[in-house]
Design a protein around this ligand. Structure first.
Ligand SMILES: Cc1cc2nc3c(=O)[nH]c(=O)nc-3n(C[C@H](O)[C@H](O)[C@H](O)COP(=O)(O)O)c2cc1C
Length: 324
């Protein structure tokens, strides 16, 4: 009997394959399908700062009396939160796998007063999706990192459930950022958020849409950072981006991941694909003689490598030589 369990954000997951924040996790019925297909846990679709701000702005445009704005702001805020709280409660009543709430923040103070409401609705943990697109020359890396650290500290003060922070990979030093987030109180990092990419339609000479779906080769970026970070800070490491099959789950665990999050592959292949991913992971473990994940987690991380310097190579020295 293989033991696929793993401990993430203080919860024991029956499988290291969990479903990331997305439309796959936006109703209790969908979350139930994911549980039935073998998901270890779910991160619910995010509640977005802009979502509520947008609704507030729309209403404000329709209202003449400025004194009504405060009321509207409060009403919309609680309406958006109520809906999200219903989602959390509905999922907790429907499934027994851990359910993490996800909130997307672009300003430090917006969620701080409201995050407790997500915990009170029954979330087993909070995933904080922090995303800042630095478009202003005042947005120095130092300021952005300070925003991340301050937000984590403030959110942590308000909740008692564990906190994961989902980040993008546009940082000068990922290990240093992860370390700072750990000391600010984060229990896990999710590597990485996948940002919406803008395209250009040259025919219409207008902005175009890029597919939000990842490619199966995208896993190499989070895998590299997990290999480098594993064992150097006690923080849980979740990977997100490009995990499309069971073999890639095995790679991420060998790198040192605590869990792997999946989304695009299920949007493409259906939630039943979770069964195939688990079966492939189990088949690989049997072939290798492993009976639990702890026997091989982080085996190929830099920490356990006899050639740690080889993880730091950025240039194609050997590849270039091989193709000369
Ligand atoms: C249609 C779609 C909606 C998403 N919505 C969210 C969201 O609400 N919150 C979030 O943190 N990530 C969201 N994501 C990002 C995913 O959670 C995930 O990080 C990303 O797709 C990379 O993982 P993948 O390669 O397994 O798809 C979304 C992704 C897709 C494709």
């Amino acid at each position: 009997m293989l033991d696929l369990s793993t401990v993430y954000l203080g919860q024991t997951l029956r499988s290291p394959i969990m479903v990331s924040s997305s439309p796959l996790t936006n109703t209790p019925e969908r979350v139930k399908l994911l549980e039935d297909a073998g998901a270890g846990a779910v991160s619910l679709r995010s509640i977005f700062e802009e979502e509520i701000e947008g609704a507030i702005e729309n209403l404000e445009r329709q209202v003449e009396h400025t004194e009504a704005w405060d009321y509207i702001r409060g009403h919309e805020m609680s309406h958006g939160l109520d809906e999200y709280r219903r989602l959390i409660r509905g999922c907790k009543e429907t499934v027994s796998i851990p359910v993490f709430a996800s909130m997307n923040a672009k300003s430090s103070s917006f969620w701080v007063d409201h995050v407790k409401a997500l915990e009170d609705a029954g979330a087993d943990g909070i995933e904080l999706n922090l995303s800042v697109l630095p478009v202003d020359y005042h947005d120095t890396e130092e300021r952005i990192i300070q925003f991340y650290v301050d937000t984590v500290k403030k959110v942590k003060q308000r909740i008692s459930v564990p906190l994961a922070v989902k980040i993008g990979y546009y940082f000068t030093s990922i290990p240093s950022l992860v370390d700072k987030l750990y000391y600010a109180g984060a229990n896990a990092v999710v590597l990485f958020n996948r940002f919406y990419q803008v395209d250009i339609d040259p025919v219409k000479e207008d902005l175009g849409r890029m597919s939000p779906i990842s490619a199966p080769t995208d896993y190499t970026i989070p895998m590299r950072w997990v290999m480098l970070i594993y064992g150097k800070t006690p923080i849980d490491l979740a990977t997100s981006s490009g995990v499309h099959d069971g073999e890639t789950v095995a790679k991420m665990l060998l790198a040192g991941a605590t869990v792997t999050q999946v989304c695009s592959t299920l949007l493409k292949n259906g939630v039943e694909h979770l069964h195939a991913m688990r079966n492939d992971l189990e088949a690989w473990m049997r072939q290798k003689g492993y009976s639990s994940i702890d026997q091989f987690r982080g085996k190929l991380s830099q920490k356990h490598s006899k050639r740690p310097k080889s993880f730091e190579r950025l240039q194609y020295v050997k590849t270039v030589a091989a193709h000369a």
